[in-house]
Every structure is written in structure tokens, then in C-alpha cells.
Design a protein around this ligand. Sequence first.
Ligand SMILES: NC(=O)c1ccc[n+]([C@@H]2O[C@H](COP(=O)([O-])OP(=O)(O)OC[C@H]3O[C@@H](n4cnc5c(N)ncnc54)[C@H](OP(=O)(O)O)[C@@H]3O)[C@@H](O)[C@H]2O)c1
Length: 509
Amino acid sequence: MTRTIQNPLRDERDKRLPTIAGPCGLVIFGVTGDLSRKKLMPAIYDLANRGLLPPGFSLVGFARRDWADQDFSKVVHDAVKQYARTPFRESVWDRLAEGCRFVQGAFDDDGAFDNLCTTINDLDQIRGTAGNHAFYLSIPPAAFPVVIKQLARTGLAKPGADQWRRVVIEKPFGHDLASAKQLNKIVNDVFPEESVFRIDHYLGKETVQNILALRFANQLFEPIWNGNYVDHIQITMAEDIGLGGRAGYYDGIGAARDVIQNHLLQLLALVTMEEPVSFEPRAVRAEKAKVLAATTPVEPFAETTARGQYTGGWQGGQKVPGLLQEEGFAKDSITETFAAITLAVETRRWAGVPFYLRTGKRLGRRVTEIAVVFKRAPHLPFDATATEELGQNALVFRVQPDEGVTMRFGSKVPGSTMEVRDVSMDFSYGHSFTESSPEAYERLILDMLLGEPSLFPMNDEVERSWEILDPIIKAWRSSGRPEPYQAGTWGPDSATRMLSRTGRHWRRP
Ligand SMILES: NC(=O)c1ccc[n+]([C@@H]2O[C@H](COP(=O)([O-])OP(=O)(O)OC[C@H]3O[C@@H](n4cnc5c(N)ncnc54)[C@H](OP(=O)(O)O)[C@@H]3O)[C@@H](O)[C@H]2O)c1
């Protein structure tokens, strides 16, 4: 007789079927902000349009302006019409609008939070939200503690029997290890870790989830996914926009804290982690945590990192100002708008492979990609001139804007002589699949309402990421001003030197 032994970490449900969230409501703090208008409200409508929200779903906005429920509905309506991914349908909108409520108040206003309590209790009675509520903190990070305290004071953080309460936090999760620990403590004193959902919207992107599919569903890649074959890995998030209008958030924070600590280190973890025993949250998070624990910055930082600040220049045919001329930035600001670092992953798989991470504003193009660059073939049985234009093989995950995967390899140039040159083979989401990819926020909000935590970084991952980055930022503090680079270029010269020193170069995406 045979016996099937169940893997306790494997869930055998058919995950292809769409799962609809059970009865629940969502409260958005900071509902008048940019993020809420451009991403959150449209994502909620798109989920409703796809039939993935429960019939009695309720959306409560909390802000300082003196709005009635109808004013709030109009704001949601306009945001949805302007930014939603899926077509506008009156019937879907009407159903969603019935569940929209607005509570006026500032975060330190006890009365406003008492009103919020009443509103939520009413919704449970009228809309059947069953006591299940999520609180989305789309607010300046300095306001996290006061809102969390209010949720504790009013009892809103505490679910009754068979109910849930969850909190959603937007990055930045602190600005260094000490502040991240402090924030985690404030949050975890009120909400247990399984009820905390930290949003790193990169993890909601299809291409990012495809990293694990490509690596672990195929036989082709994993055997060569190690230091025997991989020369180095480059992770780039480049933006062409400047920082006009964002001084309040960005000045004093800079590119490394804004992007490397969260998005780029999460991408690194997915590219380097070992195969999880299943795709259950516990299993995936354990592998990510393991590989981040083995990740360390490479010294000396004067040679292995680069830090820059954009100056005026031309971009897309337009003259653009430098950071120091942007409104709101201190005239002597030393905030970096470009950061590049070198990391090592000290495991048997990755020993000796450098990982180069870079991000910047006002660079040549908006692009995010992960390039796995392979070693050269150990022997080339061609004339030296035949391979002059042959580079290194590379597998590139294109995260945005043109989502897909590119493989680069050498191929014979047509003609009577043997000449080999680099060519590319592309997979593009847009061409291979008819359905359009959901927006990252659609996926993440739905997962949060379902209580599915795989795509949300945990407190220990966040703290470990700061441990990796803190020594570099500390060294930069004593190294003077960031190096200037002209808007529209690919960053400061020190970034080029960082790689050329080892005979390598950055890709020009
Ligand atoms: N924008 C993005 O694309 C983006 C991307 C990633 C992460 N984030 C993060 O997401 C969060 C929100 O970003 P955002 O760009 O939407 O910010 P924002 O445009 O500055 O909006 C902030 C919101 O918070 C409210 N607020 C501030 N202080 C308040 C107080 N004392 N009492 C009541 N309401 C208060 C504001 O309401 P009033 O209208 O009353 O001022 C506004 O609705 C931030 O943590 C940010 O770092 C944003």
C-alpha cells in the first residue's frame, strides 16, 4: 500500500482560478494624495470591474478637507476615469460608489477617529463588510506613528472573533536600520506581523514574478545560474524624469534609500535565492531571507560605489534644470540622484560573482532591467577577427517599460566568411499573451484583501536591507559632495570607472 505524504508547505488548490476577496472594506488615509488618485483608486475600480471584490465592498477615504460622501465619490470617479486600466462601466461604478464614504479629520484628531469607528461599524451593518477592514497608510512616513496609535486607541486595530484587521504601509520603511527597527516596533506593537503588508510595488509586477517562473519552471537556466557560468549581474532602475515638485520627500533621502534599499535589493533576492520547497509565502520568504543574509557590500567604497547629482542639460529635446535649481531643494543640497553599488552574495552558488546595482534620475532613458551577464566561452575556435564584435552572452529581464525577456548570444553574420556578432532573441509579454498585465497595485491590493502575504517584504527583510546599505551611506557622508553628471547622460564618471576597473562595463539599455 502506498501512502501520499503531504508537504505541509504546499497548498493543493487550483491557483489558476481567480479568487474573490471575502466581505471587507478598505480605509485609505491620505486619500487626497498623488498615490491614491493615480494608483490606489484606479486599482480598486479595476478589481471591481474584474469581479474580484465582494459585492458589499466599501471604500472609506480619510483626509482633512471638508467633503461630503458625494464629493469623495466624485473624486474617486474622476480618478478612475482618468487612470483606470480597464474600460469604464456605469454598472460597476454605481455599485462601487454605493460603498464610498468620507471621514474628515487630521491624524491627531481623536474625534475624527471616533467618527471613523462609527462609519466602519455602520458599514458592517449596511454593507455586510463583516468586521474585516484594511487600513492603507498612503501618507507621509512621519505620520505613521500617530495613525497607528489612533488605530490602537480606538480599537480599530483589533479584530473581533472570525474577523481580520490589516495595515498597509508604503515605502520608505525607515531611512536606516535604527529607524526601520523603530517603525517595525511601533507597527508590530499594534498589528501582528501577519497583519502587516509592506508595499514594494515592484513585487506586484508580472515581469518580477516571472523571474521565479523562468528560473524554476525550466530546465534551461538553473544549471548555469551560478558563478561557474555567470560573470556578473547588473540591476538597473533608470528614470528620465527629474525631481521637480518632490523636494519635500526626496531632499536628504536620495537615490540609494529611495530605490536600492527596497526595489533593487528585492530584485537581487529573487534572482539569487535558492529554489523554495513550494510557492507558499513561508517558503519563498525563507529563501529570500537566507540569500539577503549572505549579501554584503564590497569595499573599498571609493572604488566599488558611485554617487552623483544631476546638473542641467537636455532631455527629449528640452532644456532641463539641475537638481540645485529644482524648486524646494537646498542650494547646497548633497542629496544624490544617482547611486551605484557593488554587492557580493557569499554562498557556494554566487562566490566571486559581483552584483552591480544602479539607479538614477534624469538618465538617458526610463528603463528597469536585470541583466545576467555570462562568462565568455572558454575557447573560441575562430580567427581573432571573426569574433571582434562578439560580446558576452546575457539574459535580460526587462521589468519596464517594455516587459519581457531578452537573450543575447553570438550568431554568424550571413556571407562567405565566418564572422560572429551579437544578436538578440526577445520574449515580450505584449506579443505572447493576449491578456494585458494587471497593474502592480491591483495585484497587491487584492493579495492583501485575501491575506496572501508572498509579495510583501517582512520586517526582517527590511531590516536586513538597511544593514546592507547603511555602511555605504555612512561612508558617503564623509566623502564630500556627490559627483555632478549632466541630465540625459548615464550618470557620473565614477560609475563607469567602478566597472571598467574590473574590465567590465554597464549595459546601455
Ligand atoms: N506618489 C507615489 O507614486 C509614491 C510611490 C511610492 C511610495 N509612495 C509613498 O506613499 C505615501 C503617499 O504618497 P503621496 O505621493 O500620495 O503623498 P502626498 O501626495 O503628499 O499625499 C499625502 C496625503 O496625506 C494627507 N495628510 C498629510 N498629513 C496629514 C494629517 N496630519 N492629517 C490628515 N491627512 C494628512 C494629505 O492630506 P491633505 O490633502 O489633507 O493634505 C494627503 O492626502 C508616502 O509615504 C510616499 O512615500 C508614493
